[in-house]
Design a protein around this ligand. Structure first.
Ligand code: NAD
Length: 284
C-alpha cells in the first residue's frame, strides 16, 4: 500500500486563516492578542525559529514583540524582564526560546512565567494540568500532532501508540495527550532494547528522536500511521527521523519532513496565545 501523506503545512495554512478571522473579530472588540518572544544570544537556528514565530503572529494580526538580548544576559536580568512581562496586560503569551546559555538555569526561567501566559506549556502548572487531564496550554509540537491526527480522522482511542523519545518538549507530553485520548502508549528511548520489537506492534508510531533514518519499513507493521517529528540536517538537506520513501510503501498515513509537523508547531503557538487573550478577557 502507499500511504496518504499528511501535509501539516496545508493544515497549518487553513488553521491560520481561521485564526486571522478570529483575531479580526477580537480586535473589533478591543482585544489584540499579544505574544512576546525572548531570545538570548545569537544561535542561528534559534534566531530563525523566533523570526518564524514573529512573522506568523503578525500574519494573523496579533501583536508580536521579539526581545533580543546578548549571550551575557544574567539570570537576574532575565527574571526581572519576565516579571515585567507577567505584569503587562498587553502581553498574553511569553515565550523564552530554548535552549538557553549554560549560565542560565532553565527550569527557574520556565517557572518564572505566569502560568496564564505560558503559551509554550512548559510550566509545571501546565504540565500538571495536562497530566491530570485538565484544560491547559498544551505544548505546541505535541498539540500540533494531535490536531493532525484528528483532522486526518485517525481515531487514537484503543490504539497502540509507540512514542520514540521521552523529552519534556515532545515525547512525554505527546504520550500523555494520547493517553488522555484513550490510546495505549509505549515510550521508547535511547536505552530501549530492541526498538523494532516495540515499533512493529504499533498502530501509530510517533518518532521524536532527532536521528535521521532511525525508522525504516522494517520497523513498522503494515498500515501503521507514522508521524515524523525529527528535524535533522543531512548534507545540507532537512530530513526527519523516518526513511520516508520505504515507510511510505507500507504505512497507511505518514507525515513528511519538511512540510509536516513543523508548521503545526507555530500554528499551535498562535492558537495558545489567542486562547490566553480570550481567557484573560473572560471570553472562555
Ligand atoms: P531530545 O534530544 O531532547 O530527545 C530525543 C529523545 O530521543 C530522547 O528522549 C532520547 O532518549 C531518544 N532517542 C535518541 N536516540 C534514540 C534511539 N536511537 N532510539 C530510541 N530513542 C532515541 O529531542 P527533542 O527536543 O525531543 O526533539 C526530538 C526531535 O524532534 C529533534 O530532531 C528535534 O529537532 C525535533 N523537533 C521538531 C519540532 C518541530 O516542530 N517539528 C519541535 C521540537 C523538536
Amino acid at each position: 500500500m502507499t500511504a496518504t501523506v499528511i501535509y501539516g503545512k496545508d493544515l497549518a495554512a487553513e488553521l491560520r486563516n481561521e485564526m486571522k478571522e478570529e483575531v479580526t473579530r477580537l480586535k473589533e472588540n478591543g482585544i489584540t492578542p499579544g505574544l512576546t518572544v525572548i531570545l538570548i544570544g545569537e544561535d542561528p537556528a534559534s534566531l530563525s525559529y523566533v523570526r518564524g514565530k514573529q512573522k506568523a503572529s503578525e500574519k494573523v494580526g496579533m501583536e508580536s514583540d521579539l526581545i533580543e538580548l546578548p549571550e551575557s544576559t544574567s539570570q537576574a536580568e532575565l527574571l526581572s524582564l519576565i516579571s515585567e512581562l507577567n505584569n503587562d496586560d498587553k502581553v498574553n503569551g511569553i515565550l523564552v526560546q530554548l535552549p538557553l546559555p549554560d549560565h542560565i538555569e532553565e527550569q527557574e526561567i520556565i517557572e518564572a512565567i505566569e502560568p496564564s501566559k505560558d503559551v509554550d506549556g512548559f510550566h509545571p502548572v501546565s504540565v500538571g494540568r495536562l497530566m491530570t487531564g485538565q484544560d491547559t496550554f498544551f505544548p505546541c509540537t505535541p498539540y500540533g500532532i494531535m490536531v493532525m491526527l484528528e483532522k486526518a480522522k485517525i481515531d487514537v482511542a484503543g490504539k497502540h501508540v509507540v512514542v520514540i523519545g521521552r523529552s519534556n518538549l515532545v515525547g512525554k507530553p505527546v504520550g500523555q495527550l494520547l493517553l488522555n485520548e484513550n490510546a495505549t502508549v509505549t515510550y521508547c528511548h535511547s536505552k530501549t532494547r530492541e526498538l523494532v520489537y516495540h515499533t512493529k506492534q504499533a498502530d501509530i508510531v510517533i518518532v521524536a528522536a532527532g536521528k535521521a533514518g532511525l525508522i525504516t519499513d522494517e520497523h513498522i507493521k503494515e498500515e501503521a500511521v507514522v508521524i515524523d517529528v525529527g528535524v535533522n540536517r543531512v548534507d545540507g538537506k532537512l530530513t526527519g527521523d523516518v526513511d520516508f520513501d520505504s515507510v511510505k510503501q507500507k504505512a497507511s498515513y505518514i507525515t513528511p519532513v519538511p512540510k509536516g509537523v513543523g508548521p503545526m508547531t507555530i500554528t499551535m503557538l498562535l492558537y495558545n496565545t489567542i486562547k490566553a487573550a480570550k481567557k484573560t478577557h473572560g471570553l472562555i
